[in-house]
Design a protein around this ligand. Structure first.
Ligand SMILES: CC(C)(COP(=O)(O)OP(=O)(O)OC[C@H]1O[C@@H](n2cnc3c(N)ncnc32)[C@H](O)[C@@H]1OP(=O)(O)O)[C@@H](O)C(=O)NCCC(=O)NCCSC(=O)c1cc(O)c2ccccc2c1O
Length: 141
């Protein structure tokens, strides 16, 4: 299973060549992941340093680009949880669009690795084991 969402390419997402700039995909990957967490009832961010909820800093991100996307293309975005470790989670985010004939065109595939952390007083990050309740929710994606 996976989580699906979609997004319209805005003018500001494109570069001088008229195609989506490589950097635009990273905020989209992040937004889609957050949307998936919210849909599962997992907090994206603790409310305060006193809140024992966990937080999800990234330790690795990447993206491969297969075909260009352009202004006003609708991008289909599919988030998959590909690996749940002790503290880390690897997500894959696949972007695709339709061609004029309605065929599916792969656009890009990103990966993100996040680490479950607690916020130390003062704002530092401390790695934590993924809580069982969150692990179970992520295993359902
Ligand atoms: C996060 C750290 C505190 C972890 O340090 P530590 O030394 O304890 O980590 P380990 O080396 O033991 O690794 C833990 C875990 O991760 C796996 N891992 C580590 N590096 C990689 C890698 N490069 N690739 C793949 N996997 C990696 C490792 O195998 C372990 O896996 P297990 O499952 O076996 O436990 C420390 O690394 C740190 O502080 N890093 C800096 C983090 C940072 O500043 N990131 C950039 C900004 S974060 C950010 O932008 C951000 C975005 C969001 O959307 C958020 C959303 C919600 C909350 C927070 C967000 C956020 O912060």
């Amino acid at each position: 299973m996976s989580f699906r969402t979609r997004r319209l390419v805005e003018f500001r997402d494109t570069d001088a060549a008229g195609i989506v700039h490589f950097s635009a995909f990273f905020p989209w990957m992040e937004s889609a992941e957050h949307e998936m967490l919210r849909s599962l009832g997992i907090k994206v961010l603790p409310d305060s340093h006193d809140d024992p909820s966990v937080t999800w800093p990234r330790v690795s991100v990447g993206c491969d680009y297969a075909n260009a996307a352009r202004f006003e293309d609708w991008l289909e975005i599919e988030v998959s949880v590909v690996k749940i470790g002790r503290s880390s989670i690897r997500y894959e985010v696949a972007f695709s669009r339709q061609d004029k004939g309605g065929g599916i065109v792969p656009v890009a595939k990103g990966t993100t690795v996040v680490v479950c952390c607690r916020l130390r007083p003062g704002g530092g990050l401390e790695k934590a084991m993924i809580p069982d309740e969150i692990r179970a929710k992520l295993e359902s994606v």
